[in-house]
Write a protein that binds this ligand. Sequence first.
Ligand SMILES: NC(=O)c1ccc[n+]([C@@H]2O[C@H](COP(=O)([O-])OP(=O)(O)OC[C@H]3O[C@@H](n4cnc5c(N)ncnc54)[C@H](OP(=O)(O)O)[C@@H]3O)[C@@H](O)[C@H]2O)c1
Length: 263
Amino acid sequence: MRLVEERRLGPVVGLGTYGTFRQDIVLARRLADAALAAGTTVFDSSPMYDSEQALGAGLADRRGTARVASKIWTSSLEEGRRQYKAQRRYFGRVEIEQVHNLVAWREHLGGWIEEERDAGRIDRIGVTHWSSGSFGELEAALETGRFDTVQIPLNPLEREAERRILPLAAERGVAVIVMRPLGGSEGVRLRRAPPAGELDPLHELGVETWTQALLKWALSDSRVDLVIPATSRPERVVENAGAGSPPWFPPEARALVERLATA
Ligand SMILES: NC(=O)c1ccc[n+]([C@@H]2O[C@H](COP(=O)([O-])OP(=O)(O)OC[C@H]3O[C@@H](n4cnc5c(N)ncnc54)[C@H](OP(=O)(O)O)[C@@H]3O)[C@@H](O)[C@H]2O)c1
């Protein structure tokens, strides 16, 4: 039984937590403060990132205004249940529970995640993969109709999901969460800002910086719901949040960002 009839999550900017604050509760709190003040309320985590406990502590009394999207990352059902139990300790509940990198997705789904969703302790069930090499299996997972969200990489230099996952997600009413919207930790080239003046045509669309242009580029695809850029700097959380409201890019603005990204 689906609990969420309204399938869209956005379009909004969330916050990724891979490789940023890890167990640093003070930094987690500063980032959560900046995010919530800027209207960023969805936080993506995973047992893989070693960030869940600090995120839970960082959100603390503001938990009611935040939505946590975490993951289960193990081939063992028993370990999956243990990860979930730990998440309930850190967060109280998990709004979006995702199967990380498709690991044992059938087993976790039928074994316990759907049961938790049906009992009202999880709002949405998701699935993720970082590699287009696994999009075949991701498609098979979405075809079952049992997932509410899918998380994939998408930025002007990584566009395979546009061809394979976004159309299927739109057809199935699955909300799309974009990881690596700024090219990931190794995406230094993508994040290098174009020469001054090149972004001028985007100012009237609410964009002041190159990273905002990249985030708005993804959110302006009507099939995308949520981008989750990660940063360890509170001022960048605020900058990134600035990309999360209309006006969205028309095709010419998206084409400009693509041209600048590949120049
Ligand atoms: N399910 C999966 O397999 C999977 C895989 C990868 C990622 N994810 C999720 O997706 C999230 C995002 O992906 P990601 O962290 O790989 O990559 P990303 O968000 O595309 O890029 C993160 C990098 O961008 C920099 N950055 C962020 N905001 C910036 C700004 N305004 N100006 C300049 N640089 C900026 C950060 O550096 P600073 O810290 O120095 O700002 C960091 O090095 C992850 O945190 C995670 O939650 C999931």
